[in-house]
Every structure is written in structure tokens, then in C-alpha cells.
Design a protein around this ligand. Sequence first.
Ligand SMILES: C[S@@+](CC[C@H](N)C(=O)[O-])C[C@H]1O[C@@H](n2cnc3c(N)ncnc32)[C@H](O)[C@@H]1O
Ligand code: SF4
Length: 370
Amino acid sequence: MNVSGKLALKMLYRGLRNKLEQRPISISFEITHYCTANCWHCNWGGPFKGETRLQAEDYAAICRELRPVVSHISGGEPLARGDVYDITRAMANPGGLPWMILVSNCAAMNVDKYEKLRDAGINQFSISLDFPDDRHSDFRRIPKLFQKMDRVIPELTARANNDVSINTCITAWNYRDVPDMVKLMRKWRTPINFSVYTPLRMSDPEGTPREDQLKEVREVFQKIVDMKNEGYPIYTSERVMWKYYKFFTEGGIPGCQAGRRFLVINPDGRLTPCAMVMAYYNDQRDMLKDFTSSNTCEMCYISTRANTEKKLADFIADNWDMLARQILPWRKPRSLELLTEDPAADGNGSGPTKTKDEQETEASQSAAAQ
Ligand SMILES: C[S@@+](CC[C@H](N)C(=O)[O-])C[C@H]1O[C@@H](n2cnc3c(N)ncnc32)[C@H](O)[C@@H]1O
Ligand code: SF4
């Protein structure tokens, strides 16, 4: 994340103020529910007939009124709207807030669009990934999508703007592949952020790891924590990883703050507390009174929930590295060192220097082969 010290302070101030005033920290503007993909785990996908859509200035007016810290331009697939640049430009406040994140499946992304979106005001590109190979294309039902991402994402990150990240929803289908996705980040030179599957979107329990899989899930989560400590570029904090594990083992996390800390704006401008609960409101105050105050749902624990419901002490602990760099700007995080290593540094030009973990794996593989 490319956040200057001044902006980090603005984010902290607005975050605290919004918390006190019961305004959202994060808003997801779902500017269309049409999608170029049709993912196994998602209720959107394919055409969406008869959608009512607001125009750029209308979304901007909602954004100014609710004053979030972070605005996601999402969907459906936001790049399916030709006016995504106008919407971004109308909502953005260059050098200030909200921090603007585009969430995309990458199918329509290229360097030209990336630059146009940056010019319009996108601060961060969050690209979804479910598998470290062509199974991703099958899961998203877009032929050759993985190959396209494998080509385009390094083109974007080669511009060294430090504004591309990968987001991965951990499911029963892909948890074994998570360490390989983390390793792929070194090739793509981008950090990865995790979320966890919710059965709510598709009323499908299949994506939640079964009880007999939980031991293995725990081992994978420990591996991710170890990789993070080793310097792999993983945004998700150790604390949040174990909260995700708790969500899988207990089937829920109480205390949902949908409608208060985060909410969704639909293509027609109506508010819903989250992407899964289709309770429509025209006003956040009504939603707080009629939904949030009596909400007992605990069926999702996606990254947005995990990150906007943090206590101040947890927020500071989870972001200590970033906050410390605002005070000591020369302090470089280990993960960025990994991302900026010279690909030829291991002497054979085949990739970044191998981590201890990779060296050990290679050593045991070669021992096993002998
Ligand atoms: C709904 S998509 C919209 C933006 C864009 N089309 C994309 O896929 O990135 C936003 C995120 O929701 C995630 N998602 C979809 N279904 C989910 C589910 N059942 N549980 C948790 N996350 C889910 C996707 O993986 C994606 O990262
Ligand atoms: S997760 Fe994103 S790409 Fe997949 S169907 Fe849903 S909206 Fe489309």
C-alpha cells in the first residue's frame, strides 16, 4: 500500500471519528451486478437484466454524504461499466480520502486501463485469485483467465507503483493451494490479502472446510503465518488468520457491525448492510435502527468485516510495521525487501533469492530423489 505518513494520519483520524459518529469505515460501491465471470462461490455472474444504475455524480454524492475512509469500486465486475473512469473521478479526492480501491477479476484489465484508472483516482487495485494455476480459470468460468493474469499482473507491478494486491477467499476447494499462491506473489511482485468463504452467497456449504479437514486447515494456516514471519508479502495479520480459523471451526463470529462499520451501495444507490443480506434502505440511519441494532447474523467473516471491526489496540498491533515507517521512514518492511529483490540475485537468473522455507523444501526433495 502506497500510503504517505500524512494520509495514514488522516485515515486514522477519520476512522476514529467515523467510529464515534457511527459512520462507515468502508463502503463497497457495487456499481453493477453484471459480471464477466461466473464463479462457483458467488451469487453474481453472467448477465443481469433490467439493472437500474446511478450515474457517476450520484455515487459521488452518496460517498460525500457518508464520508468513508475507504471506498471500494466493486460489483459484479466494475470494469464491465464503460463509465468506471467517470465514477472513479467523481468519487476520488486526490491526495485525500476516501482511499479508492478497485476490486476486479482482471479479465478486462490491461496496462492502458490500469493507467487510466490511476489517473482517475484509484489508489489500489485488488485482484481476486482462487488458485495458483489454470484451476482459477475453471473456478471463475473464464477460459485462460489465469494465463492472462500471469501475463498482465507482472506488467502492472513492473511499473513499481506499489498499488496492486491480490485477494484470495480461502475455501474448502483451495485451502491446500494457499502456500503456492503466496509463493506466486514473489513472481508477480505483489502482496496477498486473505478472506474466508461464506456459505451465504450461494447457500452452499460445500465451500466451507468439513470437520475432518480442519486439522489440515490449521496446518496450512500455521504455514501461512510462518511464511509471513519469513517475509512473504502477506497483508493478513496473524491474529486475523486465527480468527478466520475460529470462523471455520465454530461456524460464525458474533458481533457483526454490518451497516455501522461497513455497508454496500447497490447499482441503483440503495444501501444494504452487506453483499449477502438483501435488506434495502435509502438511509444509513434507518439501517442502523432497523437492522444493525438487532442483527444477530454471524455467517460471514470476510476481510472487510475482520478489518473494520478491529479494536484500536488490535488495529495498531496489526499495522505496527506500516505505522512505525511513518515515524522512521527508512525502516523497510521485510516483505518489501522480498518484492524488490533482483530476480537474478540467486546467481542463475531464474527468480528471487530462495527463502529458508524453499531451500529446505528443495533439500528434502533432492534427498528423497536420491
Ligand atoms: C463479489 S467480487 C466483486 C469484484 C470482482 N468481480 C472480483 O471478483 O474481484 C468481490 C470478492 O468477493 C469474493 N467472494 C465471492 N463469493 C464469496 C463468498 N461466497 N465468500 C467470500 N468471498 C466471496 C470474491 O472472491 C471477490 O474477491
Ligand atoms: S466473485 Fe467477482 S468475478 Fe466472480 S462471479 Fe462474483 S462478482 Fe463475478
